[in-house]
Design a binder for this molecule. Structure first.
Ligand SMILES: [Zn+2]
Length: 317
């Protein structure tokens, strides 16, 4: 059986049951009073007083007597698309290595382009990692690099050579054998990069970068355990350290960028600057939950679904 032929992807009842079992493993959680496992499911077609048909997936809390569905308080709350189509979109976005465009979602799911666009941003928000604890630690290698992505709105189409002239700057930290975090930063001066690096890198980590000038004082300003560089401009891509120490290179973060660039160029051709951080969250999420770390498509989709809780979007559709 193909994955997308499973019941939650084409039955609205099954979709609600699947989301409920994913978000409420210990019983329905009332979003109004927080009580767990003390609510009654209202049968479809019959409301609690029999006066009107109950909405799909509607529950009534036995403690505070208020009604709710599993979508209340999540990024799916105000979406008007059927839940089973939202679940299809989550799955498609989670298993497509370079992402999936809103145009394609619109065609595949049979929803309007606008609805597909909003839905994909809801899912990106669900993928956003709210965790703030620094990456790495003793024995970990964090590779740091930056890249220009797209161009700033209103800038000339033909950008000057060099970083930060008209391109938007993305800074990415990748832990070897672990996760990735990317940030939209103002530019590449040490002062612009330091707050991000300080907040996200455990100081016991070994840091590796290329030989760009802005990284020169990185160790002095962050206090990380070590900072090694490779000189790409001298065709140096791997340096062999003393015995027992990890290889010095930035191939891991460059591998991340190769997927990111192919996705942003091939799939997401137009990305507004104010939305760039959401696309970064999407690529970070798939990278940090990749097959090599033992996470398959279904597990990745389930993890994204768990992320719909407790996030807020500032726009509705
Ligand atoms: Zn309640």
């Amino acid at each position: 059986m193909s994955t997308l032929s499973k019941m939650p992807f084409h039955s609205e009842v099954a979709a609600f049951e699947y989301l409920e079992s994913t978000l409420w493993p210990d019983g329905a959680i009332c979003p109004h009073c927080g009580v767990v496992g003390n609510a009654t499911k209202l049968r479809k077609g019959v409301s609690h007083d029999g006066s009107r048909a109950a909405r799909m997936g509607l529950w009534k809390c036995n403690a505070c007597r208020k009604q709710f569905t599993v979508k209340v308080g999540t990024v799916f709350e105000h979406g008007r698309i059927p839940l089973h189509k939202m679940l299809q979109a989550v799955y498609l976005l989670c298993c497509s290595k370079k992402g999936i465009s809103s145009h394609q979602l619109h065609r595949v799911l049979g929803i309007t382009y606008k609805a597909a666009w909003f839905l994909s941003h809801r899912i990106r928000e669900a993928m956003r990692d709210g965790k703030l604890s620094p990456m790495g630690g003793t024995g970990s290698v964090i590779e740091i690099d930056e890249t220009a992505q797209g161009r700033i709105e209103g800038a000339p189409k033909r950008a000057h050579r060099g970083m930060g002239s008209f391109g938007r700057t993305v800074l990415t930290l990748v832990e070897r054998g672990g996760s990735a975090r990317s940030f939209h930063v103002e530019g590449t001066t040490l002062g612009q990069l330091l707050p991000v690096i300080r907040a996200n890198v455990n100081r016991e980590s070994a840091v590796m970068t290329d030989a760009a000038s802005w990284y020169k004082q990185l160790k002095a300003h962050t206090g990380v355990a070590s900072h090694e560089t490779v000189a790409h401009e001298k065709d140096e891509y791997v340096r062999y350290p003393a015995d027992g120490l990890p290889l010095i290179h930035t191939n891991t973060v460059e591998g991340y960028y190769s997927i990111f660039k192919r996705g942003m160029t091939g799939v997401y051709q137009h990305c507004g600057e104010k939305h760039l951080h959401r696309y970064l969250a999407e690529f970070d999420f798939r990278y940090s939950n990749r097959v090599r770390l033992g996470i398959d498509d279904a597990m990745r989709a389930e993890k994204a679904l768990k992320g719909i809780v407790g996030k807020r979007l500032t726009y509705r559709a």
